[in-house]
Ligand binder design. Structure first.
Ligand SMILES: Nc1ncnc2c1ncn2[C@@H]1O[C@H](COP(=O)(O)OP(=O)(O)OP(=O)(O)O)[C@@H](O)[C@H]1O
Ligand SMILES: N[C@@H](CCO)C(=O)O
Length: 300
């Protein structure tokens, strides 16, 4: 086995009413540098990553082992250096990135013949929903759904927007953020919530970004229930709107929030919100177009 690098982007799921379905890949990355070794050696280079040097306990290695086993292969011991810009349990798809990285590790190290569709199915089975997985694998803006075990997805042109994220210090696991959601929705509410999502997609596809921002902020599937878990929820939405953003929503299951803003206005909004929300890390991000990439180069 020759040394290789796996690089996987972060993602923001939901975009308001696109609950469990819409996702956008972002330019924060989880990177693995893999080289052959006669025993497992894991070096975590980013201080926010869990201190896990034991391969059996490492989430990414566990995924890679499981994937190899499904294809009746054995994952060889490796030296694995892990770098990550993606904060954990903040709503930026860290678990989806780790799952996709584990799959790519197994595919390359064991020469597995997985198609992109098989990677998507496998990663979605592990994560539970495809909204982070699909953009993480493929890059860009992806809308997806699972019905009767079958995944349907479509990649739309990415919206022409600046993207600002507001990342608080505290974390919030997807598991706990899902616990506050209702088990069922009334028919009228479900119909309206789904209509909001339809209009959002149509607005994004037609480049009507004012309308898209309005629809983003009207979600009825998850935002009303999660708002209380998110520090600065109302303040961030209001201040970003006043500063010129189209719309601001919870990123994934939170607690990060994300704004879409007119091209060229993002830095001004980020600077203003950074001064106001001093307990948040406010960043202007780019959309990632490439998705998960495995290379023999060491470029980061
Ligand atoms: N690089 C990593 N190495 C090891 N474990 C990781 C890594 N990235 C994510 N995880 C695991 O995934 C958990 C976070 O997953 P969770 O679904 O709660 O949040 P998220 O994926 O960051 O947010 P969201 O799904 O809302 O976008 C972490 O607590 C950790 O257990
Ligand atoms: N769609 C998911 C994203 C987090 O994995 C949720 O909102 O719970």
């Amino acid at each position: 086995m020759k040394p290789f690098r796996v690089r996987v982007p972060a993602s923001s799921a939901n975009i308001g009413p696109g609950f469990d379905s819409m996702g956008l890949a972002l330019n924060l990355y989880l990177t693995l540098d893999i080289s052959p070794s006669d025993k497992w050696e894991i070096v975590q280079h980013s201080p926010h990553l869990p201190i896990l040097t034991n391969a059996e306990d490492h989430f990414i290695v566990q995924i890679a082992h499981d994937v190899a086993a499904r294809w009746h292969a054995e994952l060889p011991a490796c030296k694995m250096a892990v770098y990550s810009d993606i904060p954990l349990a903040r709503g930026l798809g860290s678990s989806a990135s780790a799952i996709v990285a584990g799959i790519e590790l197994a595919v390359k190290a064991c020469h597995l013949p997985l198609t992109p569709e098989e990677k998507l199915e496998l990663a979605t089975e592990i994560e539970g929903h495809p909204d982070n997985i699909a953009p993480t694998l493929m890059g860009g803006f992806v809308i997806s759904t699972v019905t009767a075990g079958e995944i349907d997805w479509i990649q739309l042109p990415v919206p022409e927007v600046d993207v600002i994220v507001y990342i608080p210090e505290e974390d919030l696991t997807t598991e706990s953020a899902r616990q506050v959601l209702p088990e069922t929705y009334k028919r009228e509410d479900a119909a309206t919530a789904s209509a909001l999502s339809n209009v959002l997609i149509a607005a994004l596809a037609s480049d009507d970004l004012e309308l898209a921002g309005k629809m983003m902020e009207r979600d009825m599937f998850h935002e009303p229930y999660r708002a209380k878990l998110i520090s600065g929820y109302e303040d961030i939405k209001r201040e970003a709107k006043e500063a010129g953003a189209y719309g601001t929503v919870i990123s994934g299951s939170g607690p990060t929030m994300i704004s879409f803003a007119p091209k060229g206005k993002g830095q001004t909004i980020a600077d203003r919100l950074s001064n106001l929300m001093t307990d948040h890390n406010v960043a202007l991000l780019e959309i990632d177009y490439g998705g998960a990439v495995t290379t023999s180069e060491r470029l980061r």
